[in-house]
Design a protein around this ligand. Structure first.
Ligand code: SAH
Length: 497
């Protein structure tokens, strides 16, 4: 190809992609979750309404020294000083006054009387405290959420008052998901942090240690970690081979939920991500924010970076100690020129690993709801390329195999040569009535399908005007009759013609 382009650095999350649901993207937030350290600080609660005892316990649990002012405390509130696990609670059986608020970091109004509460809250603000009022959201600077406590890890959940029961259910689910033993592991992390930081100077070594640590915690959450764990983890990290590496990662056909757990982990570990045009932008949202992302665009049409340049860049980055992810659409080993990239790494002595992905054919078949190897219709499944190195129809395709009535054929990169490919296959014996589909943008929100027969697919595709990466699928296994013809798995707007 005469025109070529250079690898181009891109931002980790483009404005378009951040509108999606990616974790690094920023959608509007109903509230800003922040965490307030209260260890050894003074907190004041005034009043004795129903919510008061629990709030006092919470403040004390966070390590605050709580002064409670209540002229007529409920029995429940009286019992609180004897029930706390941290901090301290002093009950003053009298009305609050302005000087009580001096030096308070956090104050809570828990009185029945609205006017009294308004005065208290104003006094709290004058004293420079963070202010909350039980059951009076309009008077609050900050609000409490539901809590999952694995201190030092704390999870806070808010629905901003929209659905408290829903929030409680989410809380219960998260409780179930986070083993209680995490508490001990995260506590150990806090205790070991300094030693680990002193031992490893580079970011990647520290990260490697904490990844090993996290793997252990997830593998044995209910075992209490010991100094032996620390010693082993330090040793393993030191012994691990140093330097960069390349991981070829399959990004799947588009839908980010089709990423494998390994792919996610590789993305999170990457210092640099070299990706193709065909990789859906949402997928890059799973990278670390600090990771460099570079578009090395290799679509079938239009200018691409030269494969040699990509190989050289990949090797050079890995040799400079970077963890390089070469992110490729679908599966890296299916029509992805992975062989050349693997060879380049091996020749340069750079370790290379491969994380498979869902190939476009699998994604398309799943969204169509068809079995590619339907037992009545197909004995064989073949993946074929629609163009050769020069972009034309490959001369050496096995036409007998394409005409075989008991095969399901998936043609990658079919668009330029669609008409000639089908015509030639029919000349070679493919029945003109054989079901033939072109699936555009498989698994993406803009997926479109043109469904026809080998004879008329090319015309229908032309008439459709659809755009985007597409796959040709041909074979009796794709014939849908009766109930099957109603595509339960497809949105109506995805089904065209
Ligand atoms: N390694 C990829 C294929 C790369 S070749 C895989 O395993 O899927 C590029 C071709 O893949 C495109 O020309 C198109 O034919 C196909 N392709 C990739 N993503 C696709 C998608 N979401 N929908 C339809 N076809 C797709």
């Amino acid at each position: 190809m005469s025109s070529s382009r250079q690898p181009r650095e891109t931002r980790p999350a483009s404005p378009e992609s951040t509108r999606g649901a990616g974790p690094a993207g920023l959608e509007p937030l109903a509230v800003l979750p922040v965490f307030v350290p209260l260890q050894g600080k003074r907190a004041v609660l005034a009043g004795s309404n129903g919510g008061a005892p629990w709030k006092v316990k919470l403040l004390a649990a966070a390590g605050a020294d709580v002064d409670v002012y209540a002229p007529e405390p409920s029995d429940e509130l009286r019992a609180v000083p004897g029930e706390i696990v941290a901090g301290s609670v002093t009950l003053h059986e009298r009305q609050w006054q302005e000087t009580d608020l001096q030096g308070a970091a956090f104050v809570i109004g828990a009185m029945e009387d609205e006017a009294d509460c308004i005065a208290f809250v104003a006094a709290g603000r004058r004293a420079g405290a963070i202010v909350n009022a039980v059951d009076r959201p309009h008077l609050c600077d900050v609000k409490f959420g539901a809590i999952v406590n694995r201190s030092p890890m704390v999870v806070g959940i808010s629905t901003e008052g929209a659905a408290p029961v829903f929030g409680q259910t989410v809380r219960a689910r998260i409780e179930g998901m986070l083993p209680r033993g995490f508490k001990a592991w995260i506590g150990a992390a806090r205790d070991w942090r300094e030693e680990v930081t002193a031992r490893f100077h580079g970011f990647s070594d520290r990260r490697a240690f904490w990844e090993r640590f996290t793997d252990r915690a997830f593998a044995e959450p209910d075992r209490v970690p010991t100094d032996r764990d620390l010693a082993e983890l330090l040793g393993e990290t030191e012994a691990a081979p140093k330097g960069g590496a390349v991981t070829l990662v399959g990004a799947g056909p588009g839908d980010a939920e089709l990423l494998t757990l390994k792919a996610l982990r590789a993305l999170r570990n990457a210092d640099v991500i070299l990706y193709d045009d065909l990789v859906a932008p949402e997928i890059l949202d799973y990278a670390r924010r600090e990771a460099r992302t570079m578009l090395v665009g290799k679509t079938g049409h239009g200018p691409s970076c030269r494969q040699d340049d990509i190989n050289a860049l990949m090797v050079q980055l890995a040799k400079s100690g970077k963890q390089v992810v070469r992110l490729k659409s679908g599966d890296p080993l299916v029509f992805g020129r992975a062989g050349e990239e693997i060879d380049a790494c091996r020749q340069a002595g750079v370790p290379v690993a491969i994380v498979p992905g869902v190939s476009a054919a699998q994604g398309a078949a799943a969204s169509l709801g068809v079995s590619l190897t339907n037992r009545d219709a197909a004995r064989r499944l073949q993946y074929v390329t629609g163009h050769d190195r020069r972009g034309g129809l490959p001369e050496d395709l096995n036409w007998g195999a394409l005409a075989d009535p008991s095969v399901t054929t998936v043609v990658y990169m079919p668009k330029k040569t669609l008409r000639v490919l089908l015509e030639r296959a029919m000349t070679e014996g493919l029945a003109p009535g054989t079901p033939a589909l072109l699936v555009f943008n498989a698994t993406r929100p803009n997926q479109r399908v043109v469904e026809a027969s080998a004879l008329d697919l090319a015309d229908r595709v032309e008439a459709s005007g659809f755009e985007g990466p597409a796959l040709l699928m041909v074979g009796e296994a794709l014939r849908r009759t009766g109930a099957d013809a109603v595509l339960a798995t497809m949105e109506p707007d995805k089904l065209a013609i």
